[in-house]
Design a protein around this ligand. Structure first.
Ligand SMILES: Nc1ncnc2c1ncn2[C@@H]1O[C@H](COP(=O)(O)OP(=O)(O)OP(=O)(O)O)[C@@H](O)[C@H]1O
Length: 306
């Protein structure tokens, strides 16, 4: 059986006396984008830095494609591309010079470097900037160069620490599209605390709080983590909220505009059926009824204990 691209086993780290992360374990496999979520200081960067071999864990193991990162760090790193929170760019180099330098520190085969740089530049939409000094690039282009260095050696696993931080809204959209593109043929893990970013780019989520994994699953599972208990209905001849509150299973009712009503209910499908029957019987002329899920923000707040 093939090894998962990443396996983290009982990972602990402390910088000083307190644990920054405690007993983190997970596996990641297949292509797509995994979102690493968590509040400020939750332990995302610590986890990513350890996985990428730039920080040595206090305890626990990381395997990249089955390779133990402590025993064989150089072999493991061949499979990893990493864009840290602060991209390691050298402002006095041109894009081409910088990517050549990165290829050399990845010990890439010299004969393949030129082609690899050309491909990475094309992929990241920076070919026309290849002779520009990095200091003269906009934040969005600098981020693309950072992503280009992370995919230059064609790694199976790419780690991006807050890749859209500091970009303007247009640059954010472009970089997210680029991330989705590069995740078509490899696994990408990105950290963020922007929930719309997770919805726009990720297929699965791992959430860390106080150094521990508090959620692991699909974006849909995250969305449905809080049992939905709100209904939204519209009527051509809406009833008074009190009429709805008198029905079994309805806890609250409030009017929204001239035709809408938001209802807090007991979560039972029979309550929805009852509202529909009553609407017909009493001539309220219902035009829509839907279950409203909790927002990602509400799920995030619940999981982070806030
Ligand atoms: N070099 C360091 N020395 C001491 N403590 C540190 C160091 N780096 C991080 N920490 C602490 O470790 C904990 C986890 O930090 P980490 O940077 O991993 O969190 P994060 O989830 O990436 O946060 P953010 O979203 O703010 O980047 C925090 O309490 C942080 O203060």
């Amino acid at each position: 059986m093939e090894n998962p691209i990443v396996k983290v086993e009982h990972l602990y780290h402390r910088y000083t006396t307190q644990w920054a992360i405690e007993d983190i374990s997970f596996e990641i496999d297949g292509s797509g984008v995994v979102g690493l979520l968590g509040s400020n200081g939750a332990g995302k960067s610590t986890t990513m830095n350890i996985i990428c071999g730039v920080l040595k864990q206090t305890q626990g193991k990381v395997f990249i494609n089955g390779i133990d990162t402590l025993k064989h760090p150089v072999a493991a790193r061949k499979y990893i591309g990493f864009l840290p929170q602060k991209p390691p760019l050298y402002p006095d180099l041109t894009v081409d010079e910088y990517l050549r330098f990165c290829a050399e520190i990845h010990w890439m085969d010299r004969k393949k470097i030129k082609t690899a740089i050309g491909e990475a530049e094309e992929r990241c939409g920076i070919t026309h900037m290849k002779d520009r000094l990095l200091r003269n690039l906009s934040g969005g282009y600098q981020q693309r160069v950072g992503i280009a260095q992370a995919i230059l050696h064609d790694p199976k696993f790419v780690v991006l620490d807050e890749p859209t931080n500091g970009l303007d809204p247009n640059q954010i959209l472009e970089v997210r599209q680029l991330i989705r593109d590069i995740a078509e043929e490899r696994t990408v893990m990105l950290s963020t605390h922007i929930l719309s970013e997770v919805q726009a780019t990720c297929s699965t989520i791992k959430m860390i709080e106080h150094g521990r994994v508090v959620f692991s699953g699909s974006v849909d599972e995250f969305d449905s983590y809080i049992e939905p208990n709100t209904l939204y209905a519209t009527f051509d001849l809406p009833p008074l909220p009190d009429e709805l509150m008198a029905m079994p299973g309805i806890r609250r009712a409030e009017s929204v505009g001239s035709h809408g009503v938001r209802l807090t209910y007991d979560g039972d499908r029979d309550t929805i059926k009852l509202i529909i029957r009553e609407s017909v019987a009493r001539g309220w002329e219902m035009t829509e009824i839907k279950v409203e899920k909790s927002s990602m923000e509400a799920v995030f707040a619940k999981l982070s204990g806030k």
